[in-house]
Every structure is written in C-alpha cells, then in structure tokens.
Design a protein around this ligand. Structure first.
Ligand code: ATP
Length: 216
C-alpha cells in the first residue's frame, strides 16, 4: 500500500508558493488499478513524479509496502556506451533481479532487437532505445507499475504489443496511471483517485470518477 503522510508539495513562484498538496495524508487502496484524474494543472504529474521517487515532497513522507516501477515509458538511465544487454544486466542488478540471464533473455525477446541487443545503445534509433527501456521495466515483477505514456513507445506494432503487455500486467500486479485519454484509462483502470484543489479522493467506481473529472 502507498501511504502519503502529511505531504506538502509546492513550487515557489513570483506569485508566492503554488501548492499542489498541503498537509495531506492519504492511503492509495491496494489491489486496484488506479487512474489519477484531475483538471489541467491540478498536480497529477507532480503526484506521479513523487510516487516514482523522482521528486520529493517539501515535507511529509511517501511510503510503500510494495515495489513500485519507474514510469514505464521513461528512457532515461540507459547508458549509451553500454550495449542493450549490458544496460539490462545493470538495471537488473540495481533492481535486485535474481536470475539475470533469464531477465536478459526476456528483455531481448520483448525488444525484438535481435543481434543489435549486443551493440552499444548509442547506435540505436530513439524507438529502439525506448523499446529497451520499456522492456527492462516490464520484465521485472513489480507490485505496482506507473504508466504515464503507455502508448508512446516505439512504432505502431510495438505500441500495440506494449499495451497488451501492460493490460496483462494489470491482471497480476497493479497499475497507477496518469492519462487524459479516457479510452485508455478505461482499458487499464477500475478505480480512480481525483486531485482537485490540493485534495485527493478515492473513487471505487471509475465511471463515477470520470463523470466528476469531466465536470472539473
Ligand atoms: N517544475 C516546476 N516548477 C514550477 N511549477 C511547476 C513545476 N511543475 C509543475 N508546476 C506547476 O504545478 C502545477 C501542477 O502541475 P502538474 O504538471 O503536476 O499538473 P497536471 O495536473 O499534471 O497538469 P496537466 O493536466 O496539464 O498535465 C501547475 O500549476 C504547474 O504550473
């Protein structure tokens, strides 16, 4: 379970501190595939970055009893001088993967890089790089997958496969998703958390949350 404990998050600006969350305590319910919904500028991406650990609250803490992926489409952290295989092995080690050989093979298969898997990433196209980063993420069994750009990875064919893999993951693990694409949200999520005026609210019924979101 992800727990926000007295979390305050703001960005300083010439207009004064712009608060996203002010002293919020909130439990993300377990065993749900959650959409984070809210109007433009409500703070969805900021909340998402805090869940991913790439940004910190100004005060308070965020804890989780399960493992959380990095955002599945995030391609930073791939080293250009290393091969696809070497990058995979490194990411596997950092994330405590026990059977590195099995993990490497899985990633190679997912990416369809074939022999290029053993070439330095600097020689890859941006789509190939994105496929590698995506495969490195979903080949690890996380408890929760963070999805913000599910359909942005690689070419049309890979996008379709990536989506299918993520839908399959949503049956065995859980996902937290930020997207304005309601069709996509419906494909992945069963419940939602709305963010509005610095408050978080859980909706068990996704459709109820969507109708609130549309009014925001
Ligand atoms: N790095 C930053 N520095 C300053 N202000 C920021 C920063 N990132 C976000 N903000 C501000 O914080 C608020 C929330 O931004 P955020 O991107 O989290 O909203 P969002 O709900 O994801 O919006 P959208 O639906 O438009 O993507 C906005 O007012 C934005 O201008």
């Amino acid at each position: 379970m992800i727990q926000l404990n007295n979390v305050t998050k703001y960005y300083p600006s010439s207009l004064g501190n712009q608060y996203i969350l002010k002293n919020i305590s909130f439990s993300f319910p377990e065993n749900r595939n959650l959409a984070i919904l809210g109007a433009n500028g409500a703070g969805k991406s900021t909340l998402f970055r805090m869940l991913a650990g790439s940004e910190y609250p100004n005060s308070g803490t965020i804890t989780s009893s399960g493992s959380i992926s990095w955002p599945v489409a995030l391609a930073t952290g791939i080293h250009p001088q290393m091969t696809g295989r070497e990058n995979t092995r490194f990411i596997g080690r950092v994330n405590g993967v026990l059977d590195l050989e099995e993990y490497e093979n899985k990633v190679q298969k997912f990416t369809e890089l074939k022999h290029k898997y053993d070439l330095p990433v600097r020689s890859y196209s941006s789509g190939m790089r994105a496929r590698l980063a995506f495969a490195c993420c979903i080949a690890i069994d996380f408890d929760i997958y963070l999805i913000d750009e599910a359909t942005s990875v690689g070419d049309q064919r890979f996008k379709k496969r990536a989506k299918q893999w993520l839908i399959e993951k949503s049956y065995t693990s859980n996902i937290i998703m930020v997207s304005h694409d309601i069709k996509e949200v419906r494909q992945f999520c069963d419940s939602a958390v709305t963010i509005e005026a610095g408050q978080l609210k859980f909706y068990e019924d996704l459709e109820e949350a969507i109708s609130i979101y549309r009014k925001l």
